[in-house]
Design a binder for this molecule. Structure first.
Ligand SMILES: [Zn+2]
Length: 265
């Protein structure tokens, strides 16, 4: 059994339909331990399998947080709810002391089955710019984001800022830029889902980073085009264009919130 303190482990760094299909990068989402509280973000396809492969146990999770309903962020949501609920690693079952935070449409459109809706202690349908509490952590949602203009009014999408006593980070899913969308999002550390590395998509990502102006961006959510372009090349270009430190994440990378360094353990 692996325990991680104040670390974020990136079980998956892939995203989008192309990577759901190819799995050259896992689309499992990621696990964060912040001051003893274990959170899982965006359980896409393979989340439970990758949790086990990395020696983590679902029983330890106190929160599951979903940014939006697309399959690369929700495919394993029911499986993960069930895995936490039954607590089979410790032989227990019907565990209730965990929360699931999802945008309202994830709940209303049945992404959590009726059977699984009864399992967590609480399912919170998150709203923009609200504060929620998970143990001692404050979880603040961003304004409503826009993954692609195409999804306007078809998608509830939010980022999450997690603040403890000592540590703070913001996770932003793939989103387009809109002036002022990120201005109140002061954060030293951003985990950002990349979009395509060229053209307008690239410009959008650049503007978002510039508006937030964090000290460090951990970039993930690689689609097929990102791998073809080169993820390190994209990070270098973004760093040059924004003057912000950018790290291109790979599957299995572990970010230490204390040292701010990446390792494989
Ligand atoms: Zn995605």
């Amino acid at each position: 059994m692996r325990s991680i303190n104040n670390k974020i482990i990136f079980l998956g760094t892939g995203g989008g339909g192309s990577m759901v299909c190819l799995q050259k990068c896992s689309t499992a989402g990621f696990w964060a331990n912040v001051e003893g509280v274990n959170l899982y973000f965006d359980p896409g396809p393979g989340a439970v399998w990758h949790i086990r492969q990395h020696g983590l146990i679902p029983d330890d999770l106190q929160g599951i947080l979903v940014t939006h309903k697309h399959v690369d962020h929700t495919a394993d949501l029911n499986a993960l709810i069930e895995a936490v609920h039954y607590q089979m690693t410790r032989g227990g079952w019907n565990f209730k002391d965990y929360q699931v935070l999802v945008p309202a449409d994830v709940y209303q459109e049945g992404y959590i089955t009726k059977h699984h809706q009864k399992m967590p202690g609480k399912i919170i349908k998150v709203q923009p710019k609200q504060e929620y509490f998970l143990k001692h952590l404050k979880i603040k949602t961003t304004k409503k984001l826009v993954e692609k203009p195409y999804y306007k009014n078809k998608l509830d999408e939010f980022g999450y800022q997690v603040s403890g006593k000592k540590y703070r980070f913001t996770y932003l899913p793939e989103t387009f830029y809109k002036k002022g969308l990120f201005t109140d999002l002061a954060s030293e550390l951003i985990i950002l889902n990349a979009m395509k590395p060229t053209g307008d998509y690239y410009q959008q990502t650049k503007k978002i980073i510039k508006e937030i102006s964090p000290q460090l961006v951990l970039l993930r959510h690689w689609v097929k085009k990102s791998l073809e372009y080169g993820i390190k090349k994209m990070a270098r270009k973004l760093a040059k264009d924004t003057k912000v430190r950018i790290i291109a994440l790979a599957d299995g990378d572990v970010f230490d919130l204390t040292t701010k360094k990446i390792s494989k353990k």
